[in-house]
Design a protein around this ligand. Structure first.
Ligand code: ZN
Ligand code: ZN
Length: 299
């Protein structure tokens, strides 16, 4: 985060905002700047990527699904907009620790090839480390003592859109992002790689809510995609993972996505539309069947 902050200081805060006498490394100034940069960055990333995904990736026919809520998209957005500033408060505390040198973040890649080799290893270990922690944190959030208060708001959306990706209760949002912050305090990580990974994990979070259920055949057993995560929204106790199916398989919570078996929400919508087209009279019966059917698991 110090890369972003020093750029913001150089081009914006120092020349235009703060009094010249206020040193850039003053902790109070750093806290204010981090709050501004973190909130702005989160909103820009969320709105830019989720909007692109919504218009170019998300299959809008999913909105015809009986479990798609009224005004769902605006509700997802409103929920996120209200949550992000709260999530940013503890996040900024961690960024501040990074900034003041308590983490293992570094900026010099070092000698070729060892430095570059470490870079690649750190990306892989970052993904596996955070995937493991998110799995257990997410599974913990489904415990009956905390589920209703903390995690249920993210499960209101049974058929999520990309805008549901960051629609969390602030405690939920912060806890599920905690692994990304813990990693650079435990393992060495290059600052630019960290920044890149931070953007990437936010894009990934959007992508598992984008309703594009396709996964390349060769990666199907390994990757936790939108098909897996949509089933998590629908059936709750399965597919808690973030990028990989690894921990769901170890933890016994893996479920082959219904979309891979031709029984996903898109198949439902297609069947429903075909039936409506072929026999309008039976439509009311079909709708009743749908809302009482497989997808009607509430918690
Ligand atoms: Zn969940
Ligand atoms: Zn989700």
């Amino acid at each position: 985060m110090d890369l972003v902050l020093s750029a913001a200081d150089h081009y914006f805060f120092t020349p235009y905002i703060y009094p010249a006498a206020w040193p850039e490394d003053d902790i109070f100034r750093q806290t204010i700047s981090l709050l501004i940069v973190t909130n702005l960055g989160a909103y820009v990333l969320y709105f830019f990527c989720a909007t692109l995904s919504y218009y170019f990736v998300y299959d809008h026919s999913l909105m015809k699904h009986p479990q798609f809520l009224k005004n769902q998209v605006s509700r997802e957005i409103m929920f996120t907009v209200k949550s992000l500033p709260w999530i940013s408060i503890p996040t900024v505390a961690l960024f501040l620790l990074e900034l003041r040198g308590y983490s293992k973040l570094y900026d010099d890649i070092g000698e070729f090839p060892n430095g570059w080799f470490q870079l690649v290893v750190s990306v892989i270990s970052f993904l596996f480390f955070t995937d493991m922690l998110i799995y257990w944190i997410h599974r913990g959030l489904h415990h009956r003592l905390v589920y209703k208060r903390i995690h249920k708001p993210h499960h209101i959306w049974k058929i999520p859109t990309p805008f549901a990706s960051h629609a969390f209760h602030p405690v939920d949002g912060f806890l599920q992002s905690l692994p990304y912050h813990i990693y650079p305090f435990v393992f060495p990580l290059h600052k630019v790689v960290y920044l890149g990974l931070y953007v990437l994990v936010n894009i990934w979070t959007i992508s598992i809510h984008d309703g594009d259920f396709r996964v390349p055949q060769i990666l199907k057993p390994l990757i936790n995609g939108s098909a897996h995560h949509t089933d998590h929204h629908l059936f709750f106790d399965y597919n808690y993972g973030q990028y990989f199916t690894l921990w769901d398989r170890i933890g016994g919570s893996f479920k082959n996505p219904s979309a891979f078996e031709g029984k996903g929400p898109l198949n439902y919508v297609k069947d429903m539309m075909e039936e409506k087209y072929n026999s309008p009279k039976e439509n009311s019966y079909k709708n009743e069947k749908l809302s009482n059917g497989d997808f009607k698991k509430t918690k």
